[in-house]
Design a protein around this ligand. Structure first.
Ligand code: PGA
Length: 255
């Protein structure tokens, strides 16, 4: 039992990325509800594509599973073809939103500045933001991991205020571990998570540092989740590929 457990309820989040039609999403969510019915003291979240948010919201109503989106736009509304606002996510039933995922930074030009605007919009709308940070393989090899993380955290979170516990979630996702089958070693994960918690303490104070859930993401599977969750500063996981199949994701949730 971690001493911190009361303060930080573990969060296991599934990022479905660009997978599943609405019918497939509905089926997956329905199966997952059955499989996790017995789980206690773990928060569960799934983030399907935008087109499946409403059907999944309907299915998971009155279940233990929460709904998240994978992205949002920072403006309240406007002529932004193809974008989705925070209030639209709330009206679709979302409680959480993933912000700054490395795939968005890499393929869709997201920067710390846009991440910051998105965080602001999410907080204003009452969504729980899951801020993703992480270094590439080259940056790690060049020993730039901590400076990269400092910049992502400082610029992303600059001047934001968090006035309630559990309002910020950070996901450490080393880019070299996402979808590659390579997980960071427990030592590497704990080292970074502790570093991030200290960073939050410096930027926002001890109360928020103690209350913030820091998730690990990058090739999380049923066979490595137990070891990861045993680390003192790991408060959950952001799971991509292994969250697509309900039986596999359920094993992770039952860490
Ligand atoms: P993965 O993805 O679990 O498939 O490595 C994690 C993520 O991108 O959030």
């Amino acid at each position: 039992m971690k001493e911190s457990e009361n303060l930080r309820i573990p969060l296991i989040a599934g990022n479905w990325k660009m997978f599943k039609t609405a019918a497939e999403a509905r089926e997956t969510a329905a199966q997952l509800i059955q499989l996790v019915d017995d789980v206690k003291n773990v928060e569960i979240m799934i983030a399907p594509p935008f087109t499946s948010l409403s059907v999944v919201a309907e299915i998971i109503q009155n279940s233990r599973i929460g709904l998240g989106a994978q992205n949002l736009h920072w403006a309240k509304e406007g002529a932004f073809t193809g974008e989705i606002s925070a209030s639209m996510l709330v009206s679709a039933g979302c409680e959480y939103v993933i912000i700054g995922h490395s795939e968005r930074r890499q393929y869709f030009g997201e920067t710390d500045e846009t991440v910051h605007q998105k965080l602001h919009a999410a907080i204003q709308a009452g969504l729980i933001p899951i801020l993703c940070v992480g270094e590439t393989g080259t940056q790690r090899d060049e020993k730039k991991t901590f400076s990269v993380l400092d910049k992502q955290m400082e610029n992303g979170l600059e001047k934001l205020t968090f006035d309630a516990y559990h309002l910020l979630v950070v996901a450490y996702e080393p880019v070299w571990a996402i979808g590659t089958g390579k997980t960071a070693s427990p030592d590497q994960v704990q080292e970074v998570h502790l570093y991030l918690r200290r960073h939050i303490e410096k930027q926002f104070g001890e109360a928020l540092a103690k209350a913030t859930r820091i998730l690990y993401g990058g090739s999380v599977k049923p066979n490595n989740i137990t070891e990861l969750m045993a680390l003192p500063d790991v408060d959950g996981a952001l799971v991509g590929g292994a969250s697509l199949q309900p039986d596999v994701f359920s094993k992770i949730i039952h860490f």
